[in-house]
Design a protein around this ligand. Structure first.
Ligand SMILES: O=C(O)CCC(=O)C(=O)O
Ligand SMILES: [Fe+2]
Length: 329
């Protein structure tokens, strides 16, 4: 059964070139409404081919089934790239994942300590960059499938942002700024719980808001493991729907809109007797790009520290640092 908390938005009518402008506007308004609250929605008929939609998760399952020593070959010195594994001895944050981030070309703000920000060569992509080592792909097939999948998601992302811009009635420059976003991916694996163990289990993925602009999640079918917080602070289950993205607003889009859109807090508690995989595509502005409210929303949040300009890179690194900090409880 679908989760009544989240609206289900059929993107087909927006993507169909034969649709009337009224129809497309109606879809755009639905997306806008969902971004204002709860900051998360299902997106169906998004145009990602069905086979690829499933294959990207199949590849992930195959990778996570490998022995740990195999998977550990893909650990790299970066928080945003490579393989990680937590548990089983740790109660919270139990799970594993592999992440991919495009090259970062940032030498502003002192993020790369030894680089000269004025040197033209400092602007060229280098490896490793400010986020650490390079991506480590488990196999050519894994890479080909994931990259093809992300290409599709990138196109969906641009159309969703176009719909948002239409509904917000913002300028072309503002839309361009929003669309100037690249794609990074995290593929999460959550282990099965043995019979009787399920209730003792803690949280697999701690509560957080995503750092980027907008996130597209493709998850296994089964019981709801993802939870999102409503405005009363109550955790609501996000039941998977076949072939539907779960789309959510991240911190950057919250900031661009001066707080009009909600960077929804979410977490994962996986208690099934079979493992779960989620393929999460994040969209990020340039690492050294300034993130601040779009001109259309600047007045709304004037003087509020939360909306003060910052580079995306420094914001991301701070968020990673905070997330990595000690647990309060
Ligand atoms: O696995 C999920 O359902 C959510 C993952 C997530 O929130 C993330 O990777 O940021
Ligand atoms: Fe997330």
């Amino acid at each position: 059964m679908a989760c009544a908390f989240l609206p289900i938005i059929d993107f087909g009518a927006y993507l169909d070139p034969a649709s009337s402008s009224e129809k497309r506007l109606a879809v755009a308004h639905e997306i806008d409404k969902a971004c204002r609250y709860p900051g998360m929605f299902y997106l169906t008929n998004h145009g990602v081919p069905q086979e690829l939609w499933d294959k990207v998760r199949t590849c992930a399952h195959q990778f996570f089934q490998l022995p740990l020593e195999e998977k550990n070959k893909h650990v790299v010195a970066s928080y945003t790239r490579g393989y990680w594994h937590v548990g089983p001895e740790e109660h919270d944050n139990r799970g594993e994942g592999i992440a991919f981030h495009p090259p970062v070309n940032c030498y502003s703000n002192g993020l790369a300590r030894k680089a000269d920000p004025n040197s033209p060569s400092a602007r060229l992509p280098t490896s490793p960059d400010a986020l650490g080592d390079q991506n480590s792909w488990p196999s050519d097939e894994f890479r080909a499938v994931t990259e093809e999948y992300l290409d599709h998601v990138l196109r969906v992302k641009d159309r969703v942002l176009e719909a948002i811009a239409t509904s917000l009635d913002i300028s072309n420059e503002s839309l361009k700024r929003m669309q100037n976003t690249s794609m990074s991916a995290t593929i999460n694996g959550y282990p099965a719980s043995a019979k009787g163990e399920a209730e003792q289990r803690g949280i697999n993925l701690r509560e957080h808001a995503d750092s980027g602009c907008i996130t597209f999640l493709n998850q296994d079918l089964g019981a709801a493991s993802l939870q999102a917080q409503d405005r009363e602070g109550v955790w609501r289950n996000v039941q998977p729907i076949p072939n539907a993205f779960v789309v959510n607003v991240g911190c950057v889009l919250n900031k661009w809109t001066g707080g009009q859109y909600i960077d929804v807090i979410h977490r994962v508690i996986h208690r099934l007797e079979k493992p779960r995989v989620s393929v999460v595509a994040f969209t990020n502005p340039p690492f050294d790009g300034i993130v601040e409210p779009l001109p259309e929303f600047a007045e709304l949040c004037k003087g509020q520290a939360k909306y003060a300009p910052t580079t995306f890179g420094s914001f991301l690194l701070k968020q990673i640092g905070d997330y990595d900090g000690p647990l309060e409880s």
